[in-house]
Design a binder for this molecule. Sequence first.
Ligand code: HEC
Length: 236
Amino acid sequence: MRISADRRCRSDQSPLLDRRGGPKGRGGCSIEFLNNHPGCGCAAAAPPVQEGRSFGFAVALAIALMSLTACRQKMADQPAYRPLQPSASFSDGTSARLFPAGTIARGSIPVAKDIGEEATLPYALTREVLERGKNRFNIFCSPCHGEAGDAQGIIVLRGLRHGPPSFHIDRLRQAPLGHFVDVISNGFGGMADYSVQISYRDRWAVAAYIRVLQYSQYSPIGNLPAAERQRLEAEP
Ligand code: HEC
């Protein structure tokens, strides 16, 4: 009872603070307040003590809140910019930097997935291109396909089951260059793709070199220089 009366005193209107400047009664209560709350113990309940208590409580609360605020600062207010947040660090006033010209998003090169089988070498064929293709082929392909493309690579010789086909079969002899680039880009059946290891440009060089390997074993006679052809034709 007593407590609730005290509470009511405090919440109704602090008897200590007669802000309207009315005459004060017992313990600082306004006369009007005491008249309206005859049984109220607010004045007797020593307002100064109450004041001290609430002051102590307020200090404790403030300290608790301050420590909470400190935690929040560490966790939430990290010294990092959000996208498009202004910044004085750069002359254009933004914190987000622009991508350098020519930036390509990973996985966004369409040709890697959709290479047309009929596509042909997208740049001029030179000896350097073939040397490059040979270099990449011997590193990445020959362990299975063999340096001659005859499917006798070291992995096959050591017992790879379901090994690759030879490049010297009719179907692959007739396959367009784009087919080899497609196989390197996307894999083929049990063969993984080599799109990470071999750049798009180099895939064409490898494909061109595979054609060289195929010609090394089987070439239409019309491909030979005239002198070479005559020499062969003169053979018994
Ligand atoms: C680890 C062994 C291995 C390596 C390395 C490898 N291949 Fe293969 N390759 C295979 C196998 C196995 C197959 C047969 C896959 C199938 O038919 O399921 C195959 C098939 C192929 C085919 C035939 C596709 C067809 O139409 O039948 C081509 C072309 C080919 N690989 C090109 C390459 C090239 C180019 C490289 C190097 C960039 C390479 N492979 C590296 C194992 C390999």
